[in-house]
Unconditional design. Structure first.
Length: 300
């Protein structure tokens, strides 16, 4: 489950860095896990604006000075899986910061802040509660993430963990992926299919090999900018899936075995990711994954 933990953590960080600046605040939205009044009481020194409710999987906030807060809820098929994933979250966080036990948050919790010299400042709390994991992370701009920030985050986590069952995640069905899409990529005998939101779902096996699909609204100009962007991965155009389709593989940062295909249609972009734990026959190639991407493309 270590790879899945890293995948979730990386996803949260990428959203914090890349998605938030693109989204306007929408006052009509509410977060199902903590109300605006509860958040204000827990963190009175900061005025947070809710940027997006991630379809019951969590909430993204931004403060006036540019700080970002990610509140994420991860449901699991059972308590044993939840404990395994929680352990990977704790291990992944401990690589970035010193953690300490936090009392009175679900079944157990850990929290900490990044070192003073860290390139990106972060304060995080992660908690286990039955089948659920809650993580709240704040990325401050221009100042240190210290205990003065961690304390209020911890208080917000105490409130939110009581509401984790409001998550919309469910298992066994997905509008974008089916078990047949796992053929050649994942172990079908230990396969779990999980819907993680209206526009996203994932499949994983016991070894934590993972396939995900995420669909978001995006302009064609933004997609074309992504295609031209320099990065740590090899880019390849996939014209048979549209002029806006491209793949990324053989990344020199992150999971070098992972392959991602991006397709765009009707104002929405879908990313199809295959992330094996270790080298796999499909590592470094988009060829076989194109068949899965074509089926997703047809549903856009």
């Amino acid at each position: 489950m270590r790879t899945i933990g890293r995948l979730f953590s990386c996803l949260a960080l990428l959203l914090a860095i890349a998605v938030v600046p693109m989204l306007p605040a929408r006052a009509a939205e509410t977060c199902p896990f903590i109300s605006a009044q509860e958040l204000a009481r827990a963190m009175p020194a900061l005025k947070w604006s809710l940027i997006s409710n991630q379809d019951g999987r969590g909430c993204i906030y931004q403060a006036g000075r540019g700080d970002t807060m990610m509140l994420s809820v991860f449901r699991n098929p059972d308590k044993d899986r939840a404990r395994e994933l929680y352990a990977t979250f704790v291990e992944t966080l401990s690589e970035r910061m010193k953690l300490s036990a936090v009392a009175d948050i679900g079944d157990e919790g850990q929290g900490g802040t990044s070192a003073a010299g860290a390139e990106r400042q972060e304060a995080s709390v992660v908690a286990l509660s039955g089948d659920y994991i809650l993580q709240i992370s704040v990325y401050p701009i221009g100042r240190r993430a210290d205990d003065a920030l961690l304390g209020p985050i911890t208080e917000a986590a105490r409130i939110a963990v009581a509401n984790v069952s409001r998550s919309s995640e469910r298992f066994g069905n997905c509008e974008w992926l089916t078990a047949a899409d796992a053929d050649g990529f994942l172990d079908n005998s230990t396969l779990t299919v999980q819907r993680t939101g209206a526009g996203s779902c994932m499949m994983f096996d016991r070894e934590a090999n993972t396939m995900t699909v995420a669909v978001i609204a995006m302009s064609r100009d933004t997609v074309l900018g992504m295609m031209k962007r320099a990065g740590p991965c090899t880019h390849v155009a996939i014209p048979e899936l549209g002029r806006e389709a491209f793949g990324e593989h053989s990344c020199i940062k992150g999971n070098g075995n992972a392959v991602t295909i991006y397709v765009w249609k009707n104002g929405r972009q879908a990313s199809i990711l295959f992330a094996p734990v270790k080298p796999h026959p499909e590592s470094g190639s988009v060829e076989r994954l194109k068949a899965v991407a074509a089926r997703v493309y047809g549903k856009l």
